[in-house]
Design a protein around this ligand. Sequence first.
Ligand code: SAH
Length: 354
Amino acid sequence: MSALVRSRYDWTREELAELLDGQPRYRVDQVWEGLYEHGTEPETWSNVPKAVRARVAEHLQPALATAAESVSDDGETVKWLWTLADGHQVETVLMHYPDRTTVCVSSQAGCAMACSFCATGQAGFDRHLTTGEIVEQVVLARRRSAEAGKRLSNVVFMGMGEPFANYDRTWEAVHRIHDDLGLGARHLTVSTVGVVPGIRRLAQADLPVNLAVSLHLANDAERDVLVPINKRYPLDVLAEACADYIDATHRRLSFEWALIDGVNDTERHARELADYARPLRAHVNLIPLNPTPGYAVRGTPPDRVRAFADRLDDLGINATIRRTRGTDIDAACGQLRASHGEPGSTPVATPTRR
Ligand code: SAH
């Protein structure tokens, strides 16, 4: 990977203090407050001298330029396509619910995991995101939420990429979001396809964030095909890591299960899932498969999604059906692929830097 560009939210407080050397000490706090508590542009910080604002603006360049913005679900879902400094693109999705506002952030440009039913996996891997590129997605989503009179309450690492393939930068971003943006650890969720070393590291980590594992199948023969990383970390190895994680943290684990017509939604699949989830006391999130260009099989129809959930319930497994958001703007789970010109989007002709 080529050297990553350091952007506004990659700067540490110490580095900022060095940049502002000669200024009174409280200046660093004011700038930090402007960046994190307010999450606004330097030119609006009226308590900071103009020359300092100019210096900050010059050195702490934003990472994300808007390439397109799409709105769906009556304004309750917003998707951004961002262009990064080196031209790669990523997406972020903001979702307002009656009881919370959640942003779904990307941890990589593209993804190397190659799950066949996921649009990001189909498009392949570009590069890891920096901590600053991850944090800025949250800052901008929070700014937009505030404009809509809502408070951003949750962050899920369920956008493009595999967070545990970019563990260090992702974890630093988690810390910034927690320490400096002030979101509680219980409101942060990291989702993995099952990268076992990441689960093991998270078990020892210093913030009790939530863990979701994208399971989708509970037998190796079929999971090997749909989720290729299963060949490296097969189900028994994954289960052991999940069990150790629960022992170490006493937190509840959840499994994601995208219901795919005839592929993982039969009676046998429900039983396999129940047998796998039961000893781990895991909660199951059922996501009706969203359509993607590279995968022909459809999602399970709604009546059978309901039946599958009921069946899990009979088998003693807690399951909820996740309401799909932003399907019409390709903003739903598995649809992120940094594509241009999707219906409903407003492409911005020249990428604009704020
Ligand atoms: N790589 C991490 C983070 C991505 S989260 C992970 O796999 O967990 C994105 C979630 O959407 C994952 O649970 C993924 O399996 C799921 N997903 C992927 N493609 C999907 C599709 N077409 N329909 C519904 N869910 C999908």
